[in-house]
Design a protein around this ligand. Structure first.
Ligand SMILES: [Fe+2]
Length: 297
C-alpha cells in the first residue's frame, strides 16, 4: 500500500499521519544512520571524540560539509580546521556535534520540490536562527544542555515539512487560515486541523528513535507550560522561536506572533525587561546567523 492510498482514506488526520509515517520506509526518507548515531551522542554524556570520528568516518561527504561550515565566516577561525580532530580541538566537542546535526539535517531533509506558498529557504533560515538562539539562551540562563538546545532548535519545525510534503492540501488550508484570521501558525493548525506540527514532529521523531529529551521538547515547544515534566528545553526553544521571528530572520509560516507570557518567563527567572535585554543581545548576532545560514546552504 502506498502513502497516497493511505492518505486518501477517510481516517482522521492524526491517524492518516501516523499511517503515513509508519509506511515511511518506502515513501519518505529514513533518517540516515550517521545522523541518528550523532543525535544519540548529543544526548549522551559518555560519547567521546573517538566515537564521533568513528561515526563520521562512515560519511566522507558529511565530514567535508562539517569542515566547510567549521571554516566558514560564522566561526571566524584564525587557523583552518583540516580534520574533525582539529575542529574538535578548536571549536570543542559539543559544537562539532551540533554542527554535524545541523549540516546533515538540512542537507538530507531539504525537499527537492519548490512550493508556491511556502519559502523553504526562509524556513531553513528560521530553524537555523532558532538553533543558534536556543543555544545562546540555554547558555545565558543555564537552562539546559546548549548542544541539545541547538539540535532541538534546528529540528523544532520538522512537523511542518511533513505536512508540506505529504499533506499539502491541509498545509495550504492552514496558510489560508493564518492570513485570514491573522493567527500564529500553530493556532491556525488547531482551528483548521485539530492538531499542530509539534504533534506531527513527535510522531516522526519517535518513529526515528530520536532521544526522548529532544522529542519531548519539540512536541511541547508551543506550549511548554502544558508539559507534565521538566520543560526547560521546550521553554528555550519557545523563547528562541519568538526571538528569531521578532528579529526577522527567515520565516516560519506566520508573521503574527505573540510575546512569551510572564508566566513562561517566570519559569526561567526572567522578567520582561530581562528578556528584552536578551533580545537586544540576540539582535546583535543577526549578521552571524546569516553567515551560518549561508555556510549550511
Ligand atoms: Fe513551531
Amino acid at each position: 500500500m502506498t502513502v497516497k492510498q493511505v492518505t486518501e482514506r477517510n481516517d482522521s488526520l492524526e491517524t492518516r499521519i501516523i499511517k503515513t509515517l509508519t509506511l515511511m520506509d518506502q515513501d519518505l526518507p529514513t533518517i540516515p544512520v550517521v545522523l541518528s548515531q550523532i543525535m544519540h551522542m548529543t544526548a549522551s554524556t559518555e560519547s567521546s571524540v573517538t566515537d564521533l570520528i568513528k561515526v563520521l568516518d562512515q560519511d566522507q561527504a558529511l565530514t567535508a560539509r562539517i569542515l566547510r561550515v567549521a571554516n566558514s565566516a560564522y566561526y571566524g577561525l584564525r587557523e583552518k580546521a583540516t580534520t574533525i580532530e582539529r575542529a574538535v580541538v578548536i571549536l570543542g566537542f559539543d559544537m562539532v556535534r551540533s554542527l554535524a546535526v545541523g549540516a546533515s539535517f538540512i542537507h538530507y531533509f531539504s525537499p527537492k520540490n519548490q512550493y508556491e506558498n511556502f519559502d523553504l529557504n526562509a524556513f531553513w533560515a528560521h530553524t537555523t536562527a532558532v538553533g543558534v538562539f536556543a543555544e545562546t539562551i540555554a547558555q545565558e540562563l543555564r537552562l539546559t544542555d546548549s548542544a541539545d538546545a541547538f539540535t532541538a532548535g534546528i529540528l523544532h519545525d520538522i512537523g511542518k515539512l511533513v505536512m508540506l510534503i505529504y499533506f499539502e492540501k491541509e498545509f495550504s488550508q492552514v496558510l489560508v487560515r493564518v492570513a485570514e484570521d491573522r493567527l500564529d501558525f500553530s493556532e491556525a493548525e488547531m482551528v483548521e486541523l485539530g492538531l499542530s506540527h509539534a504533534t506531527v514532529a513527535g510522531i516522526l521523531l519517535r518513529h526515528w528513535h530520536i532521544p526522548e529529551v529532544l522529542v519531548w521538547a519539540i512536541e511541547h515547544h508551543h506550549e511548554p507550560l502544558k508539559a507534565e515534566k521538566d520543560c526547560s528545553l521546550a521553554v528555550c526553544i519557545n523563547l528562541a522561536d519568538f526571538a528569531a521571528r521578532y528579529i526577522q530572520i527567515g520565516s516560519s509560516g506566520s508573521p503574527y506572533l505573540q510575546p512569551p507570557s510572564i508566566e513562561l518567563l517566570k519559569t526561567t527567572n526572567l522578567t520582561g525587561g530581562g528578556f528584552k535585554n536578551i533580545l537586544k543581545r540576540l539582535t546583535r548576532k543577526k549578521e552571524d546567523v546569516f553567515k551560518l545560514i549561508s555556510a549550511l546552504d
